[in-house]
Ligand binder design. Structure first.
Ligand SMILES: Cc1cc2nc3c(=O)[nH]c(=O)nc-3n(C[C@H](O)[C@H](O)[C@H](O)COP(=O)(O)O)c2cc1C
Length: 195
């Protein structure tokens, strides 16, 4: 085959190649994200919504970010996600019962290939007078770590260390600056994955 003919074939073949399967801006910035939270007094909900807004600000399409309370979650919402963020109020050193049930019912390896992040809301030990309570906190910790461990156990890739956001008292409000801190925290964690 002559060279010009080979080049012609090559040219035609290249022209007919389908466009690369990619998003509009070229990087890995289509990140289908699901944020699942529980909340009694709306503080964890506020952090979840703020985190959702922060993720939305980083990616192309806002529809790719869904924030849902755990009792409203539909199983289909877990399908095809790239990033799962789970948050809970700390209650008796643990996540809420509903969050625990959700974590438990996931099948082994359900989160394979999914990036995961966990957070909680909590009261600072600086704000409790009880020394015995602070000893318990040291022993048993907060909700975010067991959530992260469980997400990881289900195959998820933990991309940020679990984090807690502070409330002034059991019913809130959130401490000043915590909403902004939550946004900065998640953006910092995702920067390396998004162009
Ligand atoms: C029954 C109960 C148990 C709690 N246990 C803890 C705890 O173990 N550690 C902690 O830091 N805060 C604890 N708190 C404070 C909660 O973390 C706080 O109510 C929560 O962050 C508020 O979030 P929400 O508004 O989303 O429900 C507890 C609060 C309640 C009402």
């Amino acid at each position: 085959m002559s060279r010009w003919y080979a080049n012609l074939i090559n040219f035609i073949t290249l022209e007919e190649d389908p466009p690369p399967e990619n998003n509009t801006t070229g990087g890995e910035d289509v990140m289908k994200t699901l944020i699942i939270y529980d909340s009694y007094f709306s503080n964890t909900e506020k952090i979840a919504q703020a985190i959702g807004a922060a993720v939305s600000s980083l990616i192309e399409s806002r529809e790719d970010v869904v924030v849902v309370k755990v009792d409203k979650l539909e199983q289909e919402q877990l399908q095809g996600i790239d990033l799962l963020i789970v948050g809970s109020p700390t209650r008796a050193f643990r996540p809420t019962k509903e969050i625990n049930i959700f974590l438990k019912q996931m099948s082994e390896n359900q989160l394979k290939g999914v990036k995961v992040i966990a957070f909680d809301t909590r009261i600072s030990t600086d704000d409790t007078d009880s020394r015995i309570l602070n000893v318990f906190v040291k022993l048993f910790g907060y909700a975010a770590k067991p959530i992260a461990d469980k997400l990881n156990k289900k195959g998820g890739e933990l991309i940020l260390q679990p984090e807690g956001f502070l409330v002034e008292a059991s019913e809130g409000p959130l401490k000043e600056g915590e909403i902004e801190r939550a946004k900065d925290w998640v953006k910092k964690g995702l920067n390396q994955y998004i162009d």
